[in-house]
Design a protein around this ligand. Sequence first.
Ligand SMILES: CC(C)(COP(=O)(O)OP(=O)(O)OC[C@H]1O[C@@H](n2cnc3c(N)ncnc32)[C@H](O)[C@@H]1OP(=O)(O)O)[C@@H](O)C(=O)NCCC(=O)NCCS
Length: 115
Amino acid sequence: MLIRYRKNYEKIAMGLLSFMPTEKDLKKLQQTIKQYETNDDWQLFLWKEDDDIVGIIGVLLRDPDVVEIQHISVNPSHRHQGIGKQMVKALKDMYPNHRLQGNEFTSSFFDKCEC
Ligand SMILES: CC(C)(COP(=O)(O)OP(=O)(O)OC[C@H]1O[C@@H](n2cnc3c(N)ncnc32)[C@H](O)[C@@H]1OP(=O)(O)O)[C@@H](O)C(=O)NCCC(=O)NCCS
C-alpha cells in the first residue's frame, strides 16, 4: 500500500533514498528530503507491506499533466518480489490523468514497468 510521507517517517525515508546512486552523499540526501517536505511539486510516498515500510517513490509534478519519477528504491531484502513495479502501478492509479515518466536516474527501471 502506498502511503504519503510524513515527518515521522524521515529516518526510514532517508535510509531508503540512500540506495539511489544519486543520494550517497549525506548533504545531498538532507537537501532532497527537505525538498520533499517543503516543495509542493515534490511528492514522496512510502510502500507499506504488512506493517513494514519497505519501499519509497518520489515524484516531481513537472507540468500540469506530467509526473516524473525522481526516486525509487526498495529495501534490499525485499527486492525481486514485484514491489518496485507495484509502486509504479499504485502511483499511476494515484495520478490517473497524468503522464508518468522516468528521469535519467529512474527511467531504466521505469521503462521495464508495463503498468
Ligand atoms: C530498482 C528497484 C527499485 C527495483 O525494485 P524491486 O522491488 O526489486 O523491483 P521488481 O521486483 O518490481 O522488479 C525487479 C526487476 O527490476 C529490474 N531492475 C532492477 N533494478 C533495475 C535497474 N536499476 N534498472 C533497470 N531494471 C532494474 C530487474 O529486471 C528485476 O528483475 P529480476 O527480479 O528478474 O532480477 C530496486 O532494485 C532498488 O531499490 N534499486 C536501488 C535504487 C535504484 O537504483 N533506483 C533507481 C533504479 S533505475
